[in-house]
Design a protein around this ligand. Structure first.
Ligand SMILES: C[S@@+](CC[C@H](N)C(=O)[O-])C[C@H]1O[C@@H](n2cnc3c(N)ncnc32)[C@H](O)[C@@H]1O
Length: 399
């Protein structure tokens, strides 16, 4: 029997928890275990009391690739940095790199070889193809170790129709073999469901933007009031820390959406990208634990109340006024289809103001929306980050 078959058989005998411990070289006993969750499928649970602020685990990515999309600056496929000027790889794979060491890095060799060997006939080889950036992470899954492949295949996969494989097929002239295509499609589904987008530091304080499949983190279910927080260290490991005390037996929960988004935005993001309806306590509470993050001022003048969704789990429900019982006005409601355009306008204005940084206009705008509304929170967050960066001498962050 070959060593390879032996290796596979040995891996087959291990549970997902043991495979992950092997991959992460964990010190045992771990503070976590994998159990069935009442939320969905499997979840991560505390094996002992975990103190607030304690690092629960450091997760090593199974695969890393560049982050892409309209909200991300263009990055180098080698180092994931957007700080240096980018140029097309000179080997004509049409991906952006920032240096010769990034071009010759072992991780770039995977997609570079694949795209080079099968260049599209009519493409301009000297140009960067920004669309292809999306296909890099799935292509890197083609060259995973057996252990990583086994772990990846045990993760949950979505059935999204939009897939980077179709994009790749448009840019290649050699058809993908059926096994390549099936494997790449599986990888895309697994990445969509489980990958985390990382950004932040890195060496020399460069801002990095990457997408990583962190398998242990991928077992964590979502909650809009999670009990963990995470960041990425200089080696692009995902460090997961308890944001509140977690008792033995409790589920360890992450968040897949921004905590600063209001309920309607979080729930539609989760439905569209992760295919589930969140029904956590924060989603059920119109005031979002008293923060009134989704609120807009009541439109009946001079009512001082705030409009909040009557039933936040139903996107179509009316928005009612908090001051209704104590004011002489009767018609303090707005239908959802009138509220959402308003919220969208506020969000766009908030974005424009943070980009232009006209402080007089920002001040005027902040007076027109409730203190804890999402656009107000976003604007404040922007200026806090900006001033922190000014103090530390870094380039200011954009929202
Ligand atoms: C990264 S996986 C989480 C682990 C997953 N439970 C498993 O068994 O592998 C993400 C998927 O879990 C499900 N999920 C996560 N949090 C959930 C929640 N709060 N409510 C319902 N489903 C959830 C969704 O189907 C989501 O696409």
């Amino acid at each position: 029997m070959s060593t390879e078959t032996n290796e596979y058989q040995q891996l087959d005998e291990l549970s997902l928890e043991q495979l992950l411990q092997l991959h992460l070289n964990c010190a045992l006993p771990s503070a976590w275990t994998i159990l069935e969750s009442h939320l969905h499928g499997r979840g991560l649970f505390a094996t002992r009391d975990i103190e607030e602020g304690e690092v629960i685990f450091k997760d090593q990515a199974l695969v890393l690739g560049p982050r892409s999309g309209t909200s991300c600056p263009p990055v180098c496929v080698g180092c994931f940095s957007s700080s240096n000027p980018l140029h097309p790889c000179t080997l004509h794979c049409r991906l952006p790199v920032c240096s010769s060491s990034c071009q010759t890095s072992s991780q770039h060799q995977i997609e570079c070889g694949f795209l080079r060997a099968q260049e599209g006939v009519q493409t301009d080889k000297a140009q960067i193809n920004w669309d292809l950036l999306r296909a890099v992470t799935p292509l890197r899954c083609l060259r995973m170790s057996k252990l990583k492949r086994k772990i990846m295949k045990s993760l949950e996969s979505s059935h999204f129709q939009i897939c980077e494989v179709d994009l790749l097929k448009r840019h290649l002239h050699r058809p993908l073999s059926s096994s390549e295509e099936a494997y790449l499609r599986l990888c895309c589904g697994i990445l969509d469901t489980n990958a985390y987008g990382g950004s932040g530091g890195g060496e020399d304080n460069k801002s990095l933007n990457f997408r990583g499949l962190y398998a242990l983190s991928a077992i964590m279910n979502h909650c809009c009031r999670p009990n963990t927080t995470y960041w990425f260290d200089a080696d692009q490991r995902m460090v997961v820390k308890a944001s509140s005390k977690i008792k033995e037996g409790e589920e360890i929960l992450s968040t897949y959406s921004s905590l600063l988004w209001g309920t309607a935005m979080r729930r539609s993001f989760l439905r569209n990208t992760k295919e589930f309806e969140c029904r956590c306590l924060r989603c059920k509470d119109p005031t979002e634990f008293g923060s009134n993050l989704s609120a807009i001022y009541c439109k009946v003048k001079p009512c001082p109340g705030l409009l909040l969704p009557s039933n936040p789990l139903d996107l179509k429900s009316d928005w009612s006024c908090t001051a209704q019982a104590t004011t002489p006005f009767s018609d303090h409601k707005l239908s959802a289809h009138k509220v959402f355009p308003l919220i969208n306008i506020y969000a766009k204005v908030a974005q424009m103001l943070t980009e232009s940084e006209d402080l007089a206009q920002v001040d005027k705008f902040l007076r027109s929306v409730p203190e804890f509304s999402q656009p107000a929170v976003q604007i404040r967050k922007h200026f806090v980050l900006h001033s922190t960066d000014e103090i530390s001498g870094k380039e200011p962050n954009k929202l």
